[in-house]
Write a protein that binds this ligand. Structure first.
Ligand code: GLC
Length: 482
């Protein structure tokens, strides 16, 4: 992730940093470090520093966001252009659990690409799977369609050379984790890239066609039976074995969700669909774009301004793994600007590099429970050439915590918004995948706590659906084969 952005210097900050004087910070005033979560939300008396206040989202703020979120959902179901959330039709519904056989999937969503072979037993049980992971080069992410889809086709060739498919033509599902306009299950046009991809010649084109072209060139005899977003794959993988699942959620490099909607509510639907419900890929990472619904902080605005897609995916930029570390860095830069951190920080050239503070550093920092935060000290020295005091490290740990907890609260509010909209707040399962959910300390707990605060009578179960995105695409491919 860092290499992706290593060339992007934040010029304005660079200039400001040059002016920043050297001073020792009054971090001693951060006595609030130890206070309880409850106190943080409700106490009017504790000393909150100015950077922190806008990050501590209240229940009332989140209740308002839920209203705005639901109204955007409504608008997105009416027409293709009136909402910040695209609410894309997937032409997929829940599987029965009886789908049976051997199916393949391709999973493209971030810097890794996976090929999967999955055995479905037909009795709600997912059997054995074989998986192979490949790394997508920077050239493929930023080059031409032929490079990207050619690379994918080469990976399949490599996979099937070791995994003999049972028939000469094999059926596969393609997880493509970007916003795609679909008018049927087996094709779709990329609307716009997200998550740092800029490959030319793909936006506005059918990604299945692009893939088939490369298959043909290599004489690969494969049929792409289904195209799916990763949220849809994750949800379907859970639904295969669990009837209570109504929602799929990704909290990883990017963030997005899908849910099962009544077809009669999808007013904009083009093309027929012969089931009562269809899974909607919300593209919720774009919630709030072009509106003032989101409580954006100075750090969020800075991050957005210098991002590859300014003004876009604002909700995603507050929540997902691609950005959380950068938010922490923006807060640090602000504190440096205001002479609140010592020379160790203000003189670090490395800290001036955008995205140098990776989201994995948040995990490491929050997991360091030593009294002097020695792991954090090592990290700062080795990765950012920063010599720090214990108090600065405590402050950094607190910043990481606040940034991560805000992301959890926003995610919680959005889940409650969706489930209350479809009247499914009780005994419901949400299938979740992604490193932010899986690895950020306390993230899941804060999400659960906040969902309860927002909907006290709810019983929402968040389940980690590992590898759901790929497995689900194989299941969706199976649903197309009768
Ligand atoms: C981005 C993509 C979306 C995907 C999400 C999670 O938001 O636009 O399609 O589901 O990342 O990977």
């Amino acid at each position: 992730m860092s290499s992706l952005f290593s060339n992007l210097d934040d010029k304005k900050k660079f200039a400001l940093l040059g002016l920043a004087g050297v001073s020792v910070v009054a971090v001693g005033t951060y006595a609030y470090l130890q206070r309880s979560k409850e106190k943080r939300e409700t106490s009017a008396t504790h000393q909150e520093d100015d950077w922190e206040k806008p990050f501590n989202l209240s229940v009332d703020q989140m209740k308002q966001m839920i209203k705005d979120f639901q109204s955007e959902m409504d608008k997105g179901l009416q027409s293709t252009t009136s909402s910040s959330m695209k609410m894309l039709t997937s032409f997929t519904s829940k599987p029965t659990g009886k789908e049976k056989g051997s199916y393949y999937a391709l999973d493209l969503g971030g810097t890794n690409f996976r090929v999967i072979k999955l055995e479905l037993q037909g009795n709600k049980v997912i059997g054995a799977s074989v998986k192979q992971q490949y790394t997508i080069s920077q050239e493929a992410m930023r080059g031409t369609a032929e490079q990207l889809f050619g690379f994918i086709a080469d990976c399949i060739n490599n996979f099937i050379s070791t995994e003999k498919p049972s028939s000469s033509k094999f059926v596969l599902g393609f997880t493509f984790s970007f916003p795609v306009n679909q008018t049927k299950i087996s094709s779709g046009t990329l609307i716009s890239w997200t998550k740092g991809f800029t490959t030319k010649g793909v936006e506005g084109n059918d990604v299945v066609k692009l893939l088939n072209n490369e298959f043909q060139k290599r004489r690969i005899s494969a049929e792409v039976a289904a195209l799916a977003n990763d949220t849809v794959g994750t949800m379907v993988a859970r639904c295969y074995e669990d009837d209570t699942c109504e929602m799929g959620l990704i909290l990883g490099t990017g963030t997005n969700a899908c849910y099962s909607e009544k077809v009669s509510n999808i007013k904009k639907l083009l093309g027929g669909f012969n089931k009562d419900n269809m899974i909607i890929n919300m593209e919720w990472g774009a919630f709030g774009d072009g509106t003032n619904f989101l409580p954006l902080t100075k750090a969020d605005k800075q991050l957005d301004q210098f991002s590859l897609n300014p003004g876009k995916q604002l909700f995603e930029k507050m929540i997902s793994g691609m950005y959380l570390g950068e938010i922490v860095r923006q807060i640090l830069l602000d504190l440096v600007d205001r002479n609140r951190l010592s020379k160790g920080f203000s003189s670090s050239e490395l800290l001036k590099k955008a995205y140098c503070f990776e989201t994995s550093f948040i995990t490491l920092t929050e997991n360091d429970n030593s009294s002097e935060l020695t792991e954090v000290q090592k990290l700062l020295e080795e990765r950012l050439a920063i010599v720090s005091t214990v108090k600065e490290r405590q402050l950094l740990k607190h910043i990481c915590h606040v940034v991560s907890q805000r992301a959890a609260r926003l995610s919680a509010a959005a889940v409650v918004a969706v489930l209350s909209k479809i009247n499914r707040l009780q005994k419901v399962t949400v299938a979740v995948d992604g490193g932010v959910f899986e690895h950020l300390p306390g993230f899941r707990e804060e999400m659960e706590r906040f969902m309860k605060l927002l909907a006290p009578s709810s019983s929402i179960q968040l389940v980690l659906q590992k590898d759901g995105s790929g497995n689900g695409a194989a299941i969706i491919a199976a649903t197309t084969q009768n």
